[in-house]
Design a protein around this ligand. Sequence first.
Ligand SMILES: Cc1ncc(COP(=O)(O)O)c(C=O)c1O
Length: 370
Amino acid sequence: MQIKFLDFEREYGLLNQELNSKILSVINKGSFILGEELSRFESSFASYCGVKYAVGVNSGTDALHLALVSLGIKAQDEVIVPAFTYIATAMAVSYTGARPVFCDINEQDYNINLNDLKKKITSKTKAIIPVHLYGQPAAMPEILKIAREYNLKVIEDSAQAHGAEIYCSDGFKMAGSFSDLGCFSFYPTKNLGCYGDGGMVVTESEDLYNRLLKLRDYGRESKYSHIMLGYNSRLDNIQAAILLVKLKYLDSWNDKRRELAGYYNKALGGISGLRLPLANKNVKHVYHVYVVRAEKRKELIDYLSSNGVPSIIHYPIPCHLQKAYLDAVNKPGLAPVSEKISEEVLSLPLNPFLKTEELDYIISKIKDFY
Ligand SMILES: Cc1ncc(COP(=O)(O)O)c(C=O)c1O
């Protein structure tokens, strides 16, 4: 059997009529940039997240970069990011001239470690970017408490966590809606993905919202009046039309992801050599990826691959050990848990279109291997 890690064909098979008609409607109208579909998607996504404002941008990386610029982060500042995340989290900080300060993660949920976070705060620290890694929300109430204590801004990197929730004093709240700004990616592989690049910043602040509207559009105030340095970073109307269709399915797709993760957990529990993902209490994990920790990882990857089962390592090198960041401070030993985890993690196929017989096949191959 040949398994697909993701299945765009099945997804498109389900949605093609709806998607084709919405895409054609944008083409027929001839309005591609900053149009009706974008406005409609921004307000739908803001209300989905339970916040007032949303600004569509070119990518998740741009969402983080513009969010940092909107807060006034600049050269000489420090921004704390987890050492174990996709590199975009760190690079967005570097684009502003500020320094990403790498913080270690928890061994259980792979999210930012609060003890190390406190240790990394200096007089130059201006912001923290927790990442809701793999679709599991970081400890937002506790992070916000630390941020208040040290007067720091918080930007959530929610690129992998559309629809993830945390239970707090106000009930369940969406990942991305806790802090000053929440940043999302609509890269095609994400839980909510478009057919190209796309991203979104959400916020409760009218002031930040107005700044972001200008930042994504050359600092434009009116057609030929530019009042600040801005960028060309707009989510286009075709992508917004696609996302408007897909947003309706996001909750049911996330439910399916949780169901499949539960199926894996039940079937793979008890295999010595495999550690299964843990979902924290009081969160709704959205399993952007289903990540195990595997003994003999390399051999397992090869065995699965030779049996038609793809797997991916998210991520084999922590950010601080990437050549782009290695220096006198960023060196081995800086974030020991991140370093250890990066040698063990392996993402198994999980997408809402995976069939039970395919899951059974993957599970049987893993059992055969161990
Ligand atoms: C945690 C994280 N942050 C940021 C990004 C960047 O998003 P994009 O690829 O849309 O620029 C990604 C996406 O790969 C991500 O996984």
